[in-house]
Ligand binder design. Structure first.
Ligand code: PLP
Length: 446
């Protein structure tokens, strides 16, 4: 067993293939502990976790009651399959809870182990639904540029960045990408009202592809990896209306937005729309254990469960330990009023960022919904030109190294999604840490 901190770091460098880590990066930050909004690395350095791990630590790190729920469940029944007629009591309990929390009409649940698996399942459900209803030619999926739907081939193909396609081709066919809602980038809409532009584009695309050939639109209600892109309030209701008119399903990828991050249980409720399928993961367990869940509309479920049943299952569907952890996580979110806290603490953090960063020339826009925030970086406020980034001088890396505040970059924005329990002193520390670095950041990215 590797013992010293330096040996651990060296072993990590030698043995682990990290996603998205450039070969030139020597640095490794090996975490060993977490408590509340803080994590500690193997050298004993403490960090303030303003990204909530990877956008998921709703209840914060190190909750003993979650560990206990897992331990109790593991001692009683660690696993049994959910294929065929089999099930387990925790999965049933969790499915009931989720359908209580979700929008009306989404009365069925399909479990996965994460968000990518969830989107694969949702895409297959959409095509299968139409197939079973006698419209097998409905195979096309509408997605958007700047979208992120995970790493499966279906989700990757729907992703709206070339990075996820280059070197992986051929991608899944029959996916068409639309313009994302990003009001700050008004140039995308040529001076037109963003929603009017986007709805017209949607109608035109449906006409081009053929309304009877489209199965579903797959979309994040707020685009995370794209830079926390928040649509205008009228966008989702109007999209829903167009899709309904053409018999196209709406799949909300709520892997980031569900379980309180927007201040509602689901962003669907925040925006006042009811999708046909909601894909969730991350905040369902706050990351204590891998688990995902799809909330499925009753009309879709009716088709999936007919005949010989839905021919797609994961070994870990409805894993009882993961379900027990999720139930405890949801109990904590409810008991501690974390939905309201997300709104309040998110507004406090937003105001703190405005006060600390608003005057800096490289800060274009600060936007947020609940506890999802972004600081969009530009060369200057006037031109709004995206700030050039240099891999060795990424602002988020410098902020972490110099101040111990962990934020993340996403498409020329710094994005934040701290635990929903963030307190005002921690919010202040985040804003101050970001200012320390951004006030020195020049228009050329130096
Ligand atoms: N969908 C969205 C919107 C995400 O942000 C992510 C991950 O960040 C995924 C899907 C993929 O989820 P996972 O990494 O759990 O497979």
């Amino acid at each position: 067993m590797t013992s010293t901190p330096d040996a651990l770091v060296a072993a990590d460098r030698a043995r682990i293939i990290h996603p998205y880590l450039p070969a030139s990066a020597e640095e490794r930050v090996v975490m060993t502990q977490g408590s509340g909004c803080r994590v500690t690395d193997v050298h004993g350095r403490s960090y303030l976790d303003a990204t909530g791990g990877l956008w998921l630590a709703q209840i914060g790190h190190g909750r003993a009651e979650v560990a206990q729920a897992a331990q109790e469940q593991m001692s009683r029944l660690e696993y049994f399959t959910s294929f065929w007629e089999f099930s387990n009591d925790r999965a049933v309990e969790l499915a009931c809870r989720l359908t209580e929390l979700g929008p009306d009409g989404l009365g069925h649940v399909y479990f996965t182990s994460g968000g990518s698996e969830g989107n694969e399942a949702a895409l297959k459900m959409a095509r299968y639904y139409h197939h079973r209803r006698g419209e097998p030619e409905r195979t096309w999926i509408l997605a958007r540029h700047k979208a992120y739907h995970g790493v499966g081939y279906g989700g990757s193909s729907a992703n709206g960045f070339p990075l996820y396609h280059e070197g992986f081709a051929p991608m899944v066919p029959h996916i068409s990408h639309l313009t994302p809602p990003w009001p700050y980038r008004s140039e995308l809409y040529g001076g037109e009202d963003p929603t009017d532009f986007l709805i017209r584009e949607l109608e035109e695309r449906i006409a081009e592809v053929g309304p009877g050939r489209i199965a579903a639109m797959l979309a994040e209600p707020i685009m995370g990896v794209g830079g926390m892109l928040v649509p205008p309030d009228d966008y989702w209701p109007r999209v829903r209306e167009v899709l309904d008119r053409h018999g196209i399903l709406l799949i909300f990828d709520e892997v980031v937005t569900a379980y309180g991050r927007t201040g509602s249980w689901f962003a669907a409720q925040h925006f006042g729309v009811t999708p046909d399928i909601i894909v969730t993961a991350k905040g369902l367990t706050s990351g204590y254990i891998p688990l995902g869940a799809l909330l499925v509309g009753d009309h879709v479920a009716e088709q999936l469960t007919a005949g010989d049943g839905f021919p797609m299952g994961y070994t870990y569907n409805g894993h009882p330990v993961a379900a027990a952890v999720a139930l405890e996580n949801l109990r904590i979110i409810e008991r501690e009023g974390l939905l309201a806290r997300a709104v309040e603490a998110g507004a406090g953090l937003h105001a703190g960022l405005e006060a600390a960063l608003g005057d800096l020339p490289v800060v274009g826009e600060i936007r947020s919904v609940g506890m999802m925030l972004a600081v969009e970086l530009v060369t200057d406020k006037e031109s709004r030109t995206p700030l050039p980034v240099r891999p060795e001088r990424m602002p988020h890396d410098v902020i972490r190294r110099e101040t111990g505040v962990i934020v993340r970059d996403a498409a020329h924005s710094l994005v934040l999604s701290p635990p929903l329990i963030l307190d005002p002193a921690e919010a202040k520390e985040i804003a101050a840490g970001m200012r320390t670095v951004l006030e020195r950041t020049r228009a050329d990215g130096e």
